[in-house]
Design a protein around this ligand. Structure first.
Ligand SMILES: *Cc1c(COP(=O)(O)O)cnc(C)c1O
Length: 353
């Protein structure tokens, strides 16, 4: 039986994407597997090119001075790449949880980092508001969606300095004015593809302003000049990401998927709020449409609830260890029907209790 996959990452991909990428492992180009041909072959160069074009197009950034890269090392590597490429004196970071915290730690190895605001005082269950961002910073960094805590930024500051954002867990999920951002990065494995590649979207004119030497692999300018192929790219991850972006375009792009994502998260949160056996973790105004965090009000129901989930084919619902409870990740590829199944189990538990 196909599972209802609520895993936080790596996570669900569209069925047709899995089928096509499985097929490409066997026969991609005239009897050869995708993973046994040269990355310099026309067949693969076209994939890379297409993936980059689709990413820019879907984000509405075509013709606006942006470049897309598919790099390696995960979002974690971007924590230091961002600092290496952009941090000359001092940068500002918004601390909204584990991932921001890690980004701050890496950047501090190079220069000064100002923590502009933090929600650590409440175990990151909200997004700080009304903070002041000094204008003499090299850039401001934020995390759009906090995968672990289930919070999501609904508004972004308008700045005169570059705005950098880790969008690993909500890229391509909602309409935003992406041209507000100067650098966006996202590990593929939450909402775009398998682990192994990281999408980086850069406004080219912010580069070349630091005085340090940047190691080639970490240098965005080098990566841009080599069309994301400075070294051998992760061909399977890039191909599968390209298929997911094609799937999204076919559905009508970000605006179309956003409507589905709202339906799913509205259904999920209304059950969490109305069912007395459950309570939400994140502050209402900052709730994520991608990751809903919640727990049981009575721990004695844990075994019953988890058994019922298992019987219904629900997978990947465990909360992160730093929050506990449950987390339902509702990425783009998760069907509404999976959320309906989970909500039915939750109401069935209430009827039985
Ligand atoms: C998962 C995640 C990361 C870490 O990504 P890796 O690709 O494993 O390095 C960073 N930021 C956010 C917001 C994430 O959800």
């Amino acid at each position: 039986m196909k599972k209802h996959n609520f895993s936080a990452g790596p996570s669900i991909l569209p069925e047709e994407v899995l089928e096509k990428s499985a097929q490409a492992l066997l026969d991609f180009d005239d009897g050869l597997s995708l993973i046994e041909i040269s990355h310099r072959s026309k067949a693969f160069v076209d994939v890379m090119e297409n993936a980059r074009i689709l990413a820019i197009e879907l984000l509405g950034l075509k013709g606006k001075g942006y470049k897309a890269l598919f790099l390696q090392g995960g979002a974690n590597t971007q924590f230091l790449a961002v600092a290496l490429n952009l941090l000359e004196n001092r940068a500002g970071y918004l601390n909204t949880g584990t991932w921001s915290d890690k980004a701050i730690k890496e950047a501090r190895m190079f220069q000064e980092v100002l923590e502009v605001a933090s929600s650590k005082d409440a175990n990151f269950n909200y997004i700080p508001k009304k903070y002041v961002i000094p204008s003499n910073l090299d850039y401001f960094h934020c995390t759009s969606n906090n995968t672990i805590f289930g919070t999501q930024m609904k508004e972004f500051p308008k700045l005169d300095i570059p705005l950098v954002c880790d969008m690993s867990s909500d890229i391509f999920s909602r309409s935003l004015d992406f041209s507000k951002f100067d650098l966006i990065y996202a590990g593929a494995q939450k909402n775009m593809g398998p682990a192994g590649t990281t999408l980086v979207i850069i406004k080219e004119d912010i580069l070349g302003k630091v005085s340090r030497q940047i190691p080639s692999m970490m240098d965005y300018k080098v990566q841009i000049s080599k069309d994301s192929m400075f070294n051998t790219p992760p061909v399977f991850a890039v191909y599968t990401s390209m298929l997911t972006l094609e799937w999204l375009k076919g559905l009508g792009g970000i605006e179309a998927i956003e409507k589905e994502n709202f339906k799913k998260s509205r259904l999920m949160y209304s059950e969490i709020d109305l069912n007395p056996l459950f309570k939400g973790f994140a502050a209402n105004a900052d709730r994520s449409t991608m990751n809903a965090t919640f727990s049981l009000t009575d721990d004695k129901l844990k075994i019953d609830f988890e058994d019922m989930c298992k019987d219904a084919g629900i997978n990947g619902l465990n909360g992160h260890r730093s929050v506990g409870g449950y987390r339902a990740s509702m990425y783009n590829a998760l069907p509404l029907g999976s959320v309906e199944t989970l909500v039915e189990v939750m109401s069935e538990l209430e009827r039985k209790a």
